[in-house]
Design a protein. Sequence first.
Length: 498
Amino acid sequence: MSDRLFIFDTTLRDGEQVPGCQLNTVEKIQVAKQLELLGVDVIEAGFPISSPGDFNSVIEISKAVTWPTICALTRAVQKDIDVAADALKFAKHKRIHTGIGTSDEHIKYKFNSNREEIIERAVAAVKYARKYVDDVEFYAEDAGRTDNEYLARVIEAVIKAGATVVNIPDTTGYCLPSEYGEKIKYLMEHVDGIHNAIISTHCHNDLGMATANTMSGVLNGARQVEVTINGIGERAGNTSLEEVAMILKCHKGIGIETNINTQKIYPTSRMVSSLMNMPVQPNKAIVGRNAFAHSSGIHQDGVLKNVQTYEIIDPHDVGIDDNSIVLTARSGRAALKNRLQVLGVNLDQEKLDKVYENFLKLADKKKDINDDDILVLAGADRTQNHRIKLDYLQVTSGVGVHSVASLGLNIAGEKFEECASGNGPVDAAIKALKKIINRQMTLKEFTIQAISKGSDDMGKVHMQVEYDNHVYYGFGANTDIIAASVEAYIDCINKFKD
Ligand code: KIV
Ligand code: ZN
């Protein structure tokens, strides 16, 4: 069996399905180019029939990257496949990913169908997709809860119909690692023609077992893994690319290699987190802020004597460099450009000038500018075309007094101002904002996150606002957390559909 494991990245499809994490096409291209540098084999670029935005992103990503195969998702429906094939027309290497639910729950409740009919639909979809492309991947949705005997029949039939890759998703994140590994082994042993296709894992993390299940699949014969950067994805997320790549690098004895340039892992993680406004939990394996921080006295003592006492990964191997906090008000444009390039962001001169201008303003308020700050600044022009912008904000607050805020908005070029009092500065500012934007909206969630340390640090605010039965996600970043909160609220309002 081959000792090469193919990395199929679905950050831009399954990862991007997370509410509030949607990227525009330009941002998706930026991520796709970074994934190419990282060395992934396949980029799942979207689900073209689902929206014009997804269709367009698959087209533009196909044009922008060269080496990875570009993959487009479909249901087992002819129209989906037609649209996917059209979206892939510029891809140098292309794959259609089609499939259908195979568990009894899906067959009965989703399709109101039966097992034989599902096999027929699966085979028809694969044959239809093969008319357009040579590389067709079939997914058996909810394979984790599909009984092995029936799953083997489905997989055998689709391989005969021309599937080159067969994806065995644990869609609900239900399987135990032993169970998932057994499933892959069963298919390896019972499917006629299994060696004509590659088995792929696609594990969700609902019970925190996605990486363990993926590894179990690999140890039992899977040779493609479907993963996302930082493990992002619906609900509890997907398997993390960085975890699988580093497990195989650390455990050389397994004898399986990937094409991942591990030194690009950290910059890619930062880029995805920043563009998607999706913080990485501090204790996240490989890429979390604390992943290499030794805080207990015993550990620090050991690491100072010899780093191998407590560290199994050299942080440099995943692209963490110790010089990351070096930019200050005295840093020039070239230093900023260089740091952005290290972080995977390439800006044209005009954008760089704008980011540098904002960088100097921030450096006036904050002594050290770290990588997170820079990424926030590089993404800041995302609000430039917004209809509603914050003009000014003044707040007085203190202990034993009511907070008062006065606030000015620029709405499509017209100026508005209001003031209000509240039981705290954020409450006062949002009440003033609501006097200008007079709609029935409710704040559902509000998270403030300091990016690193220090009272001069930039705060990031994530918000969810409900309006007209929809929940909208917003983000703001500012050294003033009241301003960041108002910016996040305005970001939500700018996304309202009317
Ligand atoms: O989790 C899943 O089953 C999926 C399929 C659409 C591949 O994402
Ligand atoms: Zn999935």
